[in-house]
Design a protein around this ligand. Sequence first.
Ligand code: G3H
Ligand code: 13P
Ligand code: ZN
Length: 311
Amino acid sequence: MPLVTSKEMFAKAYNGGYAIGAFNVNNMEIVQGITEAAKELEAPLILQVSKGARAYANHTYLIKLVEAAIIETGLPIVLHLDHGDSFETCKSCIDGGFTSVMIDASSKPFEENIEITRKVVEYAHDRGVVVEAELGTLAGIEDEVKVSAEDSSYTRPEEVEEFVSRTGCDSLAIAIGTSHGAYKFKPGTKPQLRFDVLEEVSKRLPGFPIVLHGSSSVPQDLVEKINKFGGAMPGAIGVPEDQLRHAASLSVCKINIDSDLRLAMTATIREFLALHPDKFDPREYLKPARAAIKELVAHKIVNVLGCDHKI
Ligand code: G3H
Ligand code: 13P
Ligand code: ZN
C-alpha cells in the first residue's frame, strides 16, 4: 500500500458523518504509537509534519518512518505538510514525496491568500497532490508564528465560495473557536465552538471537506499528572470532545491533534522518571510513552473522530 491522498478518505468521511484524525509526527515513537492504534481499529489516517518537525527530525527520516509504518501496518496513510508557510516549503514537500500539503496564508490579506494558494494548487495538482488552505485566523502558536486571541478571527462564511472556486483547493481549514496549544479557553469560561459559522460555511460549500485545527481536548488527567510530577501547567484547557464529535458528524472531515500527543508523552515520561529516579535507559521511558500515545489515539478514533473500522 503506497501513501494515498485524502480525496477518497474525505468523500467517505463526509458521507459517513465521521472525520479523519490528522496527528502530528516528530519521531519514531510517535509514529509507532499512532499507527499501532489505527491498525488495531482499522482507521484511515493522516500523519502530518510541520515545518518545525522537518527542522527537528529531518525530511528524509520522517518520510522513511512513515514508509516503515505503512509496511508494518498496511494502512492507507496520507502524508501531509502542516501549516506550509510558503510556496517553496510546499514545493519541497510535494517534490519530496508528500501526498498532501497545507498552504497557510490565512494571516495574509484575502487576495494575497488566494494568489499564493492558487499557485500551490497548480503545482500540487499537476503532481497528484492535494491542497488544504485556510481562511480565518486561529489564536495560538505554530512554529515561530504567535497569534494573540485579539488578532484571531472567525472565518467569514460569505468569503468561502469565492475562495474555494478561485483557488481550487481540496479542503478548507476554518476558524470557529479552536486554537493551537494547551491553553485554548480562559479558565472559568465555557468553551463553545461557533457551530453557526460552521453551518453557514457548509451551506455555501455543499459536499466540501472542512478542516479543524487546534482540536486537542487537553485531557485533565494528563495535565494533573504533569503538575503532580514536577510540571507547571495550571489553566490548560482544550476543546470539549463532544463538540468535536458533533463537528465530525457534520462537514468536518479532518481534525488536527498535536498538543494531546505531547501531553500524553510528557505526562508518562515525567511520571516514570519521578517514580524511577535510578533509571536512565531511554527505552524504559519511551516505551510507556509510546503506549500512552497509542491509548490516546485509540480513544480519539473511537470517541471523537468516529473513524474506526472505516477502511
Ligand atoms: O499547529 C501546530 C502544530 O501543533 C505543530 O507544532 O510547529 O511546534 O511542530 P510545531
Ligand atoms: P492542537 O495544538 O490543538 O493539538 O492543534 C494541532 C494542530 O492544529 C496542528 O496543525
Ligand atoms: Zn494547526
